[in-house]
Design a protein around this ligand. Structure first.
Ligand code: NAD
Length: 353
């Protein structure tokens, strides 16, 4: 299993180091990982002038999976749009055709008080949000800002083809089939023709998955329902922009950005795995960042790209056990718990693994 490791910027190298230790520990189970580092984001700009250098492009194309820390930092804010670290992220998604972004939103019972919502609303929460990642309004043409009459107008294009909707819908139905067989498709069909097509195509594909119960919801209602009664959802599927917003909203139901992993997959389940948070420059170099989201991303890698469900569950159980033993990094710390740094948290996961 060849894994490209892109530690990135800020806390990236610290959290990725812990995730790699976890993967290495699994070699005692007979699994063989070949990990190779490469540059992406700000560190790549510093070294080569480009956020997604050719050597990185070559490595990620050859690898079976990519493990990413995070990119970005305020020192890069003045660079041109093409040079910015985040462009490296968009470029790698496009290059690898990673159209399906999977974000589990799971609340560990040990962290129920870390959320701003009432425990009875969120305890037992386990949602999977699937966001289309390479199409929709973020990529549609034409786009831009131009002069019209005597003022500037800004415009973007929301566009989805039937084939783009079909492929993300199949991913969503297949994932829902393996979970609680409930899929909610989110659109804005009352206003946007593009999402009327989305609803039509998803409804048609549902016939191929009779065991999955499909529902539809308008995005404004979905935003409200995620706060009102999030446990009504099992799997949600939606387009690029709605998914961007809803998945960030949902992540905060768990109260801890340092806990949530993600997977971005192509049509052969090759994937890029990363925590949902950014490079947290305020914490970089201090050995205090929470590495659990990145460690949990390796569990997703084993599940979705390498088909190693048992190993994935072992990692997830180790994380749960670490929490029940009271280990907490500062972002999830509560009085009475044992405060640890990044490396110590990695040690605790390894011990349980
Ligand atoms: P951020 O996610 O880096 O940080 C938000 C807050 O959460 C900060 O207070 C940070 O200290 C905390 N935090 C984040 N990860 C944590 C962890 N593992 N453990 C403990 N606390 C954690 O978002 P931001 O501050 O808005 O952005 C910082 C940089 O990251 C920016 O340059 C931004 O562009 C970039 N960014 C990158 C990605 C990515 O690489 N996928 C995603 C989001 C933001």
């Amino acid at each position: 299993m060849k894994i490209a490791v892109l530690a990135g910027d800020g806390i990236g190298p610290e959290i990725v180091a812990q995730a790699v230790r976890v993967l290495e520990a699994l070699t005692s189970d007979g699994m063989k990982f070949e990990t190779e580092p490469a540059l992406l984001g700000g560190c790549a700009v510093d070294a080569t002038g480009k956020p997604f250098p050719e050597a990185t492009r070559k490595l990620v194309t050859e690898a079976d999976a990519v493990l990413l820390g995070a990119v970005g930092g305020s020192q890069y804010d003045k660079l041109t749009r093409e040079q910015r670290p985040e462009q490296g992220l968009l470029a790698i998604r496009k290059e690898l055709n990673l159209f399906a972004n999977l974000r589990p939103v799971v609340l560990y019972s040990e962290l129920v008080n870390a959320s701003t919502l009432k425990p009875e609303v969120i305890s037992g929460l386990d949602i999977l949000i699937i966001r289309e990642l390479t199409g929709g309004i973020y990529f549609g043409e034409p786009r831009g800002i131009k002069w019209h009459d005597d003022q500037r107008v800004g415009f973007n294009t929301m566009i989805y083809s039937e084939s783009e909707i079909r492929r993300i819908a199949h991913v969503a139905f297949q994932v829902a089939h393996k979970r609680d067989q409930k899929l909610c498709s989110v659109d804005k069909m009352n206003v946007l023709e593009c999402t009327q097509l989305w609803r039509d195509v998803v409804t048609k594909i549902a016939k191929e998955y009779p065991d999955v119960e499909l529902s539809h919801m308008l995005v404004d209602n979905a935003a409200m329902q995620l706060i009102r009664n999030p446990k009504q959802f099992d799997v949600m599927v939606t387009g690029n922009m709605f998914g961007d917003i809803l998945s960030d909203e949902a992540s905060m139901l768990t109260g801890s950005i340092g806990m949530l992993p993600s997977a971005s997959l192509d049509d052969k389940n090759k994937g890029l795995y990363e925590p949902i948070h950014g490079s947290a420059p305020d914490l970089a170099g201090k050995d205090v960042a929470n590495p659990l989201a990145t460690i949990l991303s390796t569990a997703m890698m084993l599940r979705y790209t390498f088909n190693q469900e048992v190993a994935a569950v072992r990692i997830e159980r180790s994380v749960k056990k670490v929490l029940s033993q009271g280990y907490r990094t500062s972002d999830i710390f509560q009085p009475g718990m044992r405060k640890v740094g990044t490396t110590e948290m990695g040690d605790a996961v390894l011990m349980n693994l």
